[in-house]
Structures are given as C-alpha cells and as structure tokens.
Write a protein that binds this ligand. Structure first.
Ligand SMILES: [Fe+2]
Ligand SMILES: [Fe+2]
Length: 175
C-alpha cells in the first residue's frame, strides 16, 4: 500500500528524456507509438521503467524474446489514456482498492459522465485496463502473442506462462 502511495507521488514529478524518446522510436512502430504517447506522462514514465527493468532481468535468460518483452513493457498499460481518469480519482482508486476491493469490483462501471460516473469509470480502468490495453493493440494489428501477454499482466502467475509474461509481471511489480 505504502509502495502504491509512493508511486502516485513519484508520478507527479515524472518526465521523459530525449534518450527515452529514442528508445521508444527504436522499439515501437508508428501506430504503437501513438498509443504510447496517448498515456499520461507518469504512465509513460512507468512503462519505460518497466521496459528498462525487464531488459535487465532478460539478461539472465538465453531463451527470452527481448524485442517482444520490451514492446509488451512499453505498451502494457496503454488502456490508461490521458484525460480519462483525474489524478484525484486515481488516488481514490489506489486507496479504495486497498480497503474495499471486493465491493468496488461490483461497483465499477465503464463510461464517463457525472463525477460519480467518472469515479466508477476510474475503478473500471483500474481493474480492467489489461483487457482494455489488449483490445487497443488488437485494433492496430499487433500479434496475438503480445496481446495475450498484455491481457494477462495482472493475473496470478501460473506454471506454463510465457517467460516474457513472467518477466513483465516481475518488472511491473518493481516499478
Ligand atoms: Fe497494469
Ligand atoms: Fe504497469
């Protein structure tokens, strides 16, 4: 919980360097880049940090597809689109999830509108952004292999998971 709160505050000062920009241009095609830049800067920063951590972890394995892993890392949270969720609603989701996860899973609802609808939508994205991200990537024609990994990035790790999924989850948890 403390980790999540720290994350929210670290996010307020997040920025992207020219080197990061180069890295993104190297690894993503133009359609995918559009989705990347459509996130908030803090989510862009998070995705980059996940990608850098994932690359570091990948060094320990000879059988990992690093290109696939980096793409997954950069794009895993694209379902969180800029302007869709306010900062205050984001903070409420983190705290609410900690205390009332089960109730909120029934209360969340897709679609913005009134203040209350926006908050319910924030919880919808909080709980379902993996599937939303996967859907967006399917639309731009990304490969099923990658879409599956991204769709599953908040599931409990299981035996037989692709190594890239295991490393994505590990890197996501560290960032
Ligand atoms: Fe995520
Ligand atoms: Fe993430």
């Amino acid at each position: 919980m403390l980790h999540r709160i720290k994350q929210v505050f670290a996010a307020l000062t997040a920025s992207i360097t020219p080197k990061d920009r180069e890295f993104i241009e190297q690894h993503l095609n133009s359609e995918a880049q559009k989705l990347f830049w459509a996130m908030n800067v803090p989510d862009q920063r998070h995705a980059l940090n996940v990608a850098y951590t994932a690359l570091r972890l990948a060094n320990n394995y000879s059988n990992v597809n690093s290109k696939l892993l980096v793409k997954c890392a950069l794009l895993h949270d694209v379902g969180k689109v800029k302007g869709d969720i306010s900062t205050i609603d984001k903070i409420i989701t983190v705290i609410g999830d900690y205390f009332f996860q089960n109730q909120l899973r029934k209360w969340e609802k897709q679609g913005r509108g009134s203040k209350m609808q926006n908050l319910r939508h924030a919880f919808y994205i909080y709980f379902h952004h993996a599937a939303v991200s996967a859907g967006m990537l399917r639309k731009i024609g990304e490969r099923p292999e990658m879409i599956d990994i991204i769709a599953n990035h908040h599931k409990t790790p299981a035996e037989g998971d692709p190594l890239e999924l295991t490393l994505l989850i590990e890197s996501d948890n560290r960032n």
